[in-house]
Design a protein around this ligand. Sequence first.
Ligand code: 13P
Length: 259
Amino acid sequence: MRTPIIAGNWKMNTTYDEAMDLVEELVDGLEAREESDNVDVVLCPPFLWLFSAAEYLEDTGIQLGAQDCYPVDRGAFTGAISAAMLADQCSYVIVGHSERRTLFGETDDLVAKKAAAALRHGLRPIVCVGEGLRERDAGETDATVRRQVEAAFAPVEGGQLAECVVAYEPVWAIGSGRAADGAEAGRVGALIRETLAARFGAAAAGQVRIQYGGSVTGANIAEFIGQPEIDGALVGGASLNAAEFIRICAIAARHGAGE
Ligand code: 13P
């Protein structure tokens, strides 16, 4: 069975003090639970807080992720942070988040290069895919998700799939309080796995963990984690509230323990 994975995407939130308080509360709350063995927990704070967060997380089971990376290792790319630079601090990196695609004009091709760079440096990419409202209304959800998955995984090799996570985040569900229906998220999760299986074979595709993201809370996580093809969640707003995030992780851990 795939170990559930809950990742908190803090986006561009928290002051330094708020971030450290949140990390401390999460460490206290999550480490106190024996069941945390049955779920992988990843925190993705803003770049600036990664070093300090890493100190708090040392010797805990909680892992650190970045929210983005640049695919070239070094050079004249003002403002960018490369996967190579993140590799010492982080275990995971989010690539292709819809906010990066929409607000920063990222293409499928750039997302693929980011995923490849992450893997090259030993980081596990969390590859985000998902349709917008226009595509959903036009009945293009499946075609959009399939295209994004095929493109992002174009440079990836089958042996690397166990290191990869795909987050299905329907854009209309992000930050809207309108989560997708659990069964629909499960259906798209299955589509993502089939798309990967068509290229890499069922065994390799079966190793990828697929998350749902979009208005996940402690009240609805069970609906998603209960879907056979959904292995966790990428949590935005609710990851900024320690008690709520701990609750989400606890429910996923119980699922991971087979309860
Ligand atoms: P919300 O949980 O705030 O909807 O954000 C989801 C998301 O974009 C996580 O990457």
